[in-house]
Design a protein around this ligand. Structure first.
Ligand code: HEC
Length: 149
């Protein structure tokens, strides 16, 4: 009886740990998806003319990014050691081998956001702003993001 309880307890702990890791991976993925929504769902679609230029929406997208980008180092503090189930992109283990280098990619994105702040007034100026910020997102993705499928 005692043995059964111990085994059940150990199993539960095991399940808890797995869920916690998936939880961490999902949180990290959600942060990136939110940034993707601002950058690609709003800004890039506007640049491509797929949606009409809406200054309010553009300003809100940049504001969201400004708030969200500095949280990357913290949100990626823990290594979940697993990918989000069925995800297209995953985190390279290199992040947690070179966490300081990973974190050092973040201020460059914030600086790019600060540099372009208020410069987007039409599609042409928005494209310049998009390219400036996107280059810094890519600078991290090239090293630390894996394409899973
Ligand atoms: C310091 C590194 C870093 C920076 C800077 C960064 N990302 Fe990411 N991004 C990652 C990693 C790692 C992944 C893969 C893990 C994931 O998707 O959870 C990722 C994944 C993504 C994904 C794919 C999400 C999915 O699974 O569908 C999008 C979209 C994305 N990032 C957008 C952005 C945008 C936009 C910026 C710039 C504003 C940015 N990222 C800046 C590290 C970074």
């Amino acid at each position: 009886m005692i043995r059964t309880v111990i085994v059940a307890g150990a199993l539960l702990l095991g399940v808890g740990a797995v869920m916690a890791q998936q939880d961490v991976a999902v949180k990290q993925d959600n942060l990136m998806r939110a940034q993707g929504k601002s950058m690609y769902g709003v800004i890039l679609k506007t640049v491509k003319g797929e949606i009409p230029y809406d200054q309010k929406a553009i300003d809100a997208a940049f504001k969201d990014l400004e708030g969200s980008v500095p949280t990357i180092p913290n949100v990626f503090a823990t290594n979940p050691k697993e990918d989000v189930v069925n995800a297209t992109y995953g985190s390279s283990q290199k992040i947690w081998q070179n966490k300081a280098d990973f974190d050092s990619k973040v201020p460059a994105v914030s600086k790019a956001l600060a540099d372009v702040k208020g410069t987007a007034k039409d599609v042409a100026s928005l494209k310049v702003a998009f390219d400036t910020v996107q280059a810094k997102c890519t600078d991290c993705h090239e090293t630390y993001r894996l394409k899973l499928k």
